[in-house]
Design a protein around this ligand. Structure first.
Ligand code: EPU
Length: 294
């Protein structure tokens, strides 16, 4: 570990990823590193590159399933320097490590509306941008719509600001995959705090009513295809409640896989494959994972 000399980062050895994924599964990260600030991150990325060390950037772990047995290095933007929110007129500039609930609380305090639909999504700003987090009810709403610019670091450790024109957001996808997201400027609009609160509650109530929040999960495991709810398709295949090991297709929303205790990636992937097979056979539709499988 002498290669880490000179970094100011917090370093943990053998850190269980069960602690850092919402589905609570995965092996241990051989190294878990939280850089102190952008300069420290830059130094870390440059070192990792020169030594050809593979790394994975993990936010709040809501859309990731680690299937590999060996995860050498996870970088997490968890230091206070990556958790800052600043307001400038109708804009909020948020660092990548800010949790969406903090961002929403900050927007509420400043009377800025637009992002209420994100209420209840257990992601960081970085993760939410990477996957263009959003909802499909009552209409399709996605975080990317509100991003005016994003600050990123490339694989060589160079910092860039990408403008709205350079950013591409699609359904559960962005063109940010090759970067480490450092933060974003959200362009919002003035709104009465009371109305912000009402809207946030509306989205939270819908989430509570339709999703399975009783057990650890990764949210929807498959993307919707051609506007069809994958949950509905899996449900129509009669798979609700199907269990493999400690993983179970939720009886409430069939696009959710619950971890009943000690589910491992193998159990979860077996259930995903089963759902894919059945949906393909019945509807001719190929379900594409929404979660990132590492
Ligand atoms: N439905 C069923 N059975 C199920 C699940 C759903 O019949 O097991 C029916 C519902 O009754 C409803 C329709 O399918 O009539 C749509 O269900 P829902 O409103 O739950 O939406 P969804 O299309 O299944 C999408 C997003 C969710 C998001 C919700 C609500 C995807 C893959 N999923 O789900 O996102 O929260 O809309 O806005 O786009 C996530 O990405 O993790 C996620 C949960």
């Amino acid at each position: 570990m002498s290669w880490l000399g000179g970094l100011k980062a917090k370093v943990l050895v053998s850190e269980p990823l069960t602690k850092h994924t919402t589905i609570k599964a995965g092996p241990k990260a051989e190294l878990w590193i939280e850089p102190l600030d952008k300069e420290d991150l830059m130094a870390l990325i440059k070192k990792a590159r020169s030594l050809k060390k593979e790394y994975f950037i993990l936010g709040l772990g809501s859309k990731v399933l680690f299937k590999k047995k060996r995860i050498p290095l996870v970088i997490h933007l968890g230091s206070e320097n990556f958790k800052r929110c600043v307001v400038e007129g109708n804009d909020i500039i948020a660092s990548a490590g800010v949790a969406l609930n903090k961002l929403l609380a900050f927007a509420y305090e400043n009377g800025l509306g637009g992002l209420e639909f994100l209420n209840g999504i257990p992601a960081s700003v970085g993760g939410a941008l990477m996957l263009n987090a959003g909802v499909g009810w009552p209409v399709r709403l996605e975080i990317g719509t509100f991003v005016y610019e994003a600050e990123v670091m490339d694989k060589l450790g160079r910092i860039k600001t990408l403008s709205q024109e350079e950013l591409k957001f699609e359904y559960r996808r962005s063109n940010l995959k090759s970067y480490v997201i450092l933060g974003a400027r959200f362009r919002l609009f003035k709104k009465r705090k009371k109305n912000i609160r009402i809207k946030m509650e509306k989205f939270w109530d819908y989430r509570k009513a339709t999703q399975d929040l009783d057990y650890p999960s990764a949210g929807c495991v498959f993307k919707n295809c051609d506007g069809q709810s994958s949950g509905r398709l899996i449900d129509l295949c009669g798979l609700k409640g199907k269990r493999i090991g400690d993983a179970r297709i939720s009886a409430r929303h069939a696009n959710f896989i619950s971890n009943l205790g000690k589910a491992d990636a193998k159990d979860i992937l077996s259930l995903m494959k089963l759902a894919q097979r059945k949906v393909k056979a019945k509807f001719g539709i190929t379900l594409e994972p929404e979660i990132q499988i590492v």
